[in-house]
Design a protein. Sequence first.
Length: 129
Amino acid sequence: MGENIPESMEDLVYWTSRKIGNGNIKAWVYRGECPKCHKGLMGKPIGPDGKVKTRANYYECTECGNNIDKQGYEESLDCECIYTCPECSHKGEAVFPFKRKKYKGVDALVFNCEKCNAKIAITKKLKNV
Ligand SMILES: [Zn+2]
Ligand SMILES: [Zn+2]
């Protein structure tokens, strides 16, 4: 671990940077390699028109075309983050499964501050489409 904030969005499945109360968080998830051929990276499928099908509910390997269900694939990935705790102002890092849980009734990525153990939740942003 270290200050390894990704420089490019290209290899990411997820990226967020936001304020949470008095703290803030930057979190990201790297694309995983294909579990079948181990050569390609899993990404959203690309249609015949060359555009990424962002609404597809599966990921496709760039090399062998292997398909994985979106949810199953995402939950196998790790979310990395750097944060300033909204409770204790501790600056820390965390790695946790990219798996959303219910937090106060909404889907969120939840982890605990490594210092004060406060629950920090990254809730799903409203779609701004
Ligand atoms: Zn593959
Ligand atoms: Zn804390």
